[in-house]
Design a protein around this ligand. Sequence first.
Ligand SMILES: [Zn+2]
Length: 576
Amino acid sequence: MSLALARKYRPKRFADVAVQSHVATTLKNAIANDRVAHAYLLCGPRGTGKTTLARVLAMALNCENKRPDHEPCGTCVSCTRIWAGSASLDVVEIDAASNRGVDDARDLRERAMYAPSGEDRYKVYIIDEAHMLTREAWNALLKILEEPPPRVVFVFATTEPQKIAQAAAPVLSRVQRFDLKRIGPADVRERLAAVLKEEKVGVEPDALGMLARAADGSMRDALSLADQVLSLGSGDITAQRVRDALGLVHEDEYVALLDIIAEHRAGDIFASVGRLADFGIDFGLLLSGLADTLRAQLAIVLGGAVPDLSEHLREALDARKARFAAGDLLRMLTMLVEIEPHFRRSAQQQLLFETLLVRFALLDRTIGLEEILRGLDGAGSSGGGGGSPARREVPAVATPRLASPPVMSDSKRVSEPQAAPRPAAKVAEPRKAPQPTVADQPPAKRKKQALDLNRLAEHWDDVVEHVRASGRGMVASALNEATPSAVTAGGLVTIGVTSDALADALQSGSEIILAALRGIFDGVERVAIKAMTDGKAAARPRLTAENVIADRVATLRKRDPLLNAAIDALDLRLIE
Ligand SMILES: [Zn+2]
């Protein structure tokens, strides 16, 4: 292979310009319709095909074998010279980065005054890195563009159009601007595969992906990198060969670093990084490789797709998605991006890299603290349970939540203690008790009772169970110590207790008590808790069902002497 791939495969026709077909087609149509502009501005990142497009345009305008499709033939003397960037009478390439003074602009202006060398030819000036031109140079150019000579075309190429807007805004209104697309890894990969196939060189898919990533959106770089790999050794391009040639770190090394971070093995970092340093690794590459790996892990944790990831790495990151919370990965990426500008200039890259990893590995402690704070904030009565109450408590309650992907489980658990504050174990308790209570019946079947004090006293145990079933064991226990002391026609239920502590306990659960009462009785409006600390409540006989019956019998006896006699005679116990 004598010719470098990047050169050999540089497009010779509009149709071959990868990705930028929107620009190529417009230029070709301009030629077809004889509406070629006097000046074009091609903007785009490096390696996206700006110079290539400019040359193909110059070739098409000056081709000796005009074709019906208006593509350059690519083989005539004119095409060949222009394509190769060799000296040509009619096509002048200027690198503004080195020729930016006013003298050159004057020279340009003078030269532009000369007509093209032939009747059917165009004079084409290709000005690369046009943003580097001085204001004076632009002013000189502006004069030409205001009164353009016939068959003279300027093509400005730039990576930084905003600088031209600052230095030479009037010029922008006299040029036709095209923005070239960034070439994605998939496009680079596709083109690279086609070129290598043409060259009859076998290539592993992973090796293609690595080359495409390393090219970072530049087709030219991708082909140059492939050249670099091919120049070292022979045979197929394997992933290992790409790594060796480009000094890339094996992806397993990054996975190993992820494990160290996940397992908080901060102490292992220095040995691992030292080993990589011994290989003579470029720490800049190492940092960007780590960034790529963290980014891919984040995408996988969030359930997103990561194109252009080797199957091997995808599997490794997939297996680790439960080890990282999205928030932690985000934090790590932010920390990494923050040190990056400093990193590039630093003479202590290894140290910076190591300390960054140590910060990652210790990150968990920060989260732990937040978790505890959040737990204290939201968990209320269950807050005193040690390390991370929220984390221990929720899983049992959260059964219905399992339907959602458990991907971000860590941060989810941390953020949701309020959503499920009940201690789960207590929910289950009453269900074990076989006795059916009113609360156990489905609402439709349940027949509510009319509210009065006697019935309330009879069903007091139901009320207690009802409250217990809703998970408020403490309130239920307090309620068990209490007695209903009054019921008004307006639906106010007064509950008497013998101590302030019990009153407080009931007060804290008054809503659940109200709900329990309403579940059993019609017409309950409010609940009042009354502490009878003077002993009155304690002195009152406990209102049990038995007492109530006895009470009722006594009343009946008074009202109906006949019944009274009958009861005495038969020694009947009146049973409701
Ligand atoms: Zn030609």
